[in-house]
Ligand binder design. Structure first.
Ligand code: BGC
Length: 634
């Protein structure tokens, strides 16, 4: 009987404790118990742009309450805000437009207005700390219709031209800045070793040296600032994804939508350090002030939990002064205990959490964790100090040039830069009897294939929508077919049919089959057998029957498995995902500019060769179809 009483009392007591805890954690005035801080005067040190960055950071930190500090560590998707006022209520430090998240009116002015509104809201807080506003400008500011869309990074890798990459990044930063976006989730420093991965095209190459070289050029170009004004960084670059991305194994994904994306990287520490770390080390040396942590797993732990890699290696050994941001829902996805997930990731070294949804819970959890001593004051100060350091370096607290209208002036320049990037990215893989470049003798051309007249396909994903768009829009871009037509002029007859079916039985001099993949992003692009679509194969066959010679132009984010089909092609050009300036393809086809690109990664002949190591070793030991850096010159 006594035992029963003891059990009952213990049970009731536990319930009381739990209820108490619940009330404490959820009550809205929880912060009120915290000590308040002085409000800075107009002459506060941190407002003086002549003070060293660290002095400004320390000064601003000294005025901040715990609540204000925690808000800085939250990165929220703009369309997941419950109310505009939440920006100030929760003192948020950063917002993002995830791919496809746009203002009501998706125009340049619409973006500017949306972001200005958020900044104004942030300005109403006691300290008025400006927001970082991030988006994935991974091939130009491509979520805004009408902006120049550059080749995806794999194409830039094929150019092997750091000067060009620097200019592309600078132009991208200018376009972003004119809309108020001050942070780009690029460059991508992943090293794809398995072309079945749906993010292969987001990377420059699988060669750490090339990725380091182009990554630095991109970062410096993006952070160089805007013409005529060298004060501050203007747009913050964000190398990603730290660490080991591209080395995941097929069928290890933790996501139900993927096969390899968000998978497990089996590399040991030596390989991680020798292969994957150098591009990040170089980027840190070149002034990277934010780095994104990947969604992959290493050993038995997700990357966001790898304290040794995040804190000891990146911040310690490499001396990274900026802040670490987690990837989309990366801290909380798949975790039952979100509170613990926050505690562990922040203690491992994550400084800003891309929530991107439930900011209320994050703020509450981190505050509670701090008060329980689970996340120490020093860790929070360190994280916030790093974020503020980047904000000061970016010039966010200082007056800046008004960039409205800048893009209108720059567009033609950016378009010709993009067209040049397309030409330099083309890789000539086969050219029997020198069918290319096309000469004036070619009087009749037939064009076919699903990627010939489809701007959406040639731009690839992360363009307006996350998974890209289909068809000939937005306006202002040029399809590859349109480029061929313009270059051919009046003298040459150019016919087009997607399937390569033409009523006239007389053979054309040359058929050009423009074939490839439809756009895809992340795990949605994981594909066990990346081969040509049936419809494109038929278009090639039809052209082969009604044209003397057939040139195949491939528009895809990765090499496709074409060993058998290729024997029948007269010429083969890899065009990657060229972006909005399709005319660049005609520039090289007609010999106005030379083919100079080389493969930034090996081209496998069959799927069993995958993965292919950075040293070029295939899984089954057989030789690849084309080695890395192969490319014919014409
Ligand atoms: C991707 C990141 C991207 C982020 C924000 C994630 O799903 O993995 O590369 O920067 O979304 O859009």
């Amino acid at each position: 009987m006594r035992k029963l009483w003891t059990v009952a009392i213990t049970f009731l007591f536990s319930i009381l404790v739990l209820v108490g805890l619940f009330v404490a954690v959820t009550r809205t005035d929880f912060f009120d118990a915290l000590p308040s801080k002085d409000t800075p005067s107009a002459t506060a040190l941190y407002l003086d742009k002549n003070q060293p960055l660290q002095v400004r950071v320390a000064d601003l930190l000294s005025y901040m309450t715990l609540e204000e500090k925690i808000g800085q560590m939250a990165l929220v998707e703009q369309n997941k805000l419950w109310a505009l006022e939440d920006v100030s209520k929760y003192k948020l430090g950063a917002l993002l437009s995830g791919s496809g998240s746009k203002p009501e009116e998706n125009t340049l002015a619409g973006w500017k207005k949306m972001i200005d509104t958020y900044q104004e809201q942030a300005g109403t807080t006691r300290l008025g700390i400006p927001l970082l506003y991030g988006s994935d400008a991974i091939h130009g500011h491509a979520h805004v219709p009408g902006m120049t869309v550059f080749p995806h990074m794999i194409g830039l890798g094929a150019t092997n031209n750091p000067e060009l990459v620097r200019e592309v990044a600078k132009a991208t930063a200018q376009d972003m800045f004119s809309t108020g976006v001050n942070w780009s989730f690029s460059p991508n420093l992943d090293l794809p070793q398995d072309i079945r991965w749906g993010r292969t095209y987001e990377a420059f190459s699988d060669d750490p040296k090339l990725v380091s070289k182009l990554g630095v050029a991109y970062l410096e170009g993006m952070q160089e600032g805007v013409d005529g004004d060298d004060k501050g960084v203007f747009v913050l670059a964000n190398p990603k994804h730290y660490l080991g991305l591209g080395g995941m194994r097929w069928n290890t994904s933790v996501s139900e939508y993927s096969k390899i994306d968000q998978g497990v990287t089996p590399a040991d520490e030596e390989v991680l350090r020798e292969v994957y770390l150098p591009p990040f080390a170089e980027a840190v040396g070149a002034g990277a002030l934010s780095v994104m942590v990947g969604l992959n797993t290493w050993g038995d732990k997700k990357m966001v939990l790898q304290k040794e890699l995040l804190t000891d290696v990146l911040k310690g050994e490499l001396g990274f002064k900026g802040f670490l941001v987690s990837d989309w829902y990366g801290v909380h996805e798949g975790r039952k205990n979100k509170f613990l997930a926050t505690v562990q990731a922040v203690n491992a070294g994550v400084d800003m959490v891309m929530l991107p949804f439930d900011y209320q819970a994050f703020v509450r959890d981190l505050k509670w964790a701090n008060r329980l001593g689970l996340v120490r004051d020093e860790r929070i100060d360190d994280a916030v100090g790093r974020i503020l350091y980047a904000k000061f370096a970016l010039g966010l607290f200082d007056t800046k040039t008004d960039m409205t209208g800048f893009v209108d002036v720059k567009t033609t320049l950016h378009q010709s830069l993009a067209r040049e990037a397309v030409v330099q990215s083309l890789v000539l893989l086969k050219n029997e009897d020198e069918v290319l470049p096309l000469t004036a003798k070619v009087q009749h051309i037939r064009v076919a294939g699903g990627s010939a007249d489809n701007i959406g396909k040639q731009m690839g994903a992360w363009t307006i929508e996350w998974q890209g768009v289909d068809g000939n829009w937005p306006v202002g871009a040029t399809s590859i077919l349109a480029g061929i037509k313009v270059r051919s002029g009046q003298e040459t007859r150019v016919e087009y049919n997607r399937l390569g079916i033409f009523p006239d039985k007389k053979k054309a001099d040359v058929g050009i089959a423009i074939v490839g993949e439809k756009p895809y992003a992340e795990g949605w692009g994981d594909r066990e057998y990346p081969i040509l679509y049936e419809e494109d194969l038929r278009a090639i066959k039809n052209l082969q029957a009604n044209s003397e010679r057939v040139v195949v132009v491939m528009v895809s984010g990765r090499p496709l498995l074409i060993k058998n089909e290729m024997a029948s092609f007269d010429a083969l050009v890899m065009a990657w995902l060229p972006g909005s300036e399709g005319a660049g393809v005609a520039d090289a086809l007609f010999g106005d500019k030379p083919f100079s690109g080389t493969l930034p990664l090996p081209w496998p002949s069959h799927a069993e060769q995958l993965p292919i190591t950075t040293k070029g070793e295939t899984a089954d030991g057989t030789p690849v179809l084309f080695p890395r850096y192969f490319g014919l010159k014409r």
